[in-house]
Ligand binder design. Structure first.
Ligand SMILES: [Zn+2]
Length: 237
């Protein structure tokens, strides 16, 4: 009897060590996703959901070029990819209006048209099975001390999404809360599903411009948006 006991205990010890190694390497690379399920704690309402993510600008339109080392187009694309990975790990499907530094209207019927880029983004959303639409941007102000984050909505059906995103985004990043605003933006006016446009920080402010260039801060932004999307689908407005 003695030998098998030793054998079993050493197997268990090996398995435990292996498990510990896997858990610690996962948490080392990504603080928020521990264990074998790859899911963030509390993110339980995204299975099967379809989310349209729209990184603003791109493809010759850098968006705001502020006082930091990166452009608005670069920042929001990086945040969108981060968020996409998190959403997919949580069981959601993601549709992006652009996946690289490209103009989304190129190769579509909207190429060369006035508002063509925006029309292409809207069409991507409206032709998809997407349940919500989120456009990601950085802000600009002539007063370089102005900083913070706001979320914009247009239709009454957008308000709950905008408020939920703003609450979780500001909660995660600790950015100045500039609130939720009703804005007559093309993409908000023309998308058919609940839609929000997120203005993440000011590239005219040196502190936020340098933060937004950092992968760690972009990850915090993505985590805030992930929590907001999860809360929206959970009905926690
Ligand atoms: Zn923008």
């Amino acid at each position: 009897m003695r030998k098998p006991v030793i054998l079993y205990s050493s197997i268990w010890a090996t398995l435990l060590m292996l498990g510990f190694f896997i858990v610690s390497s996962l948490s080392g690379s990504n603080i928020s996703f521990r264990g074998g399920t790859n899911r963030s704690p509390g993110i339980q309402h995204l299975q099967g959901k379809v989310v349209v993510l729209d990184p603003g600008h791109g493809g010759g339109d850098p968006g705001t070029v502020g006082v930091g080392p990166t452009t608005e187009a670069e920042n929001v694309l990086a945040i969108t990819w981060e968020l996409r990975t998190m959403l997919e790990r949580s069981g959601a499907q993601v549709i992006m209006t652009r996946q690289s530094d490209a103009n989304p209207s190129v190769g579509t019927q909207f190429d060369g048209q006035r508002n063509g880029q925006l029309a292409a983004r809207v069409a991507t959303s409206n032709r998809s099975r997407g349940q919500i639409y989120i456009s990601l941007h950085n802000d600009w102000h002539d007063n370089t001390t102005v900083k913070g984050t706001s979320v914009h909505y247009y239709k009454s059906q957008d308000l709950a999404l905008a408020e939920t995103l703003q609450r979780h985004l500001v909660g995660q990043t600790k950015a100045v809360d500039l609130g939720v605003k009703r804005s007559n933006f093309y993409v908000l006016r023309n998308t058919s599903v609940p839609a929000a446009l997120v203005e993440i920080g000011f590239l005219s402010n040196s502190e936020e411009a340098s933060l937004l260039a950092k992968p760690a801060y972009r990850r915090e932004v993505a985590l805030g948006l992930l929590a907001g999307i999860n809360a929206y689908f959970a009905g926690e407005f």
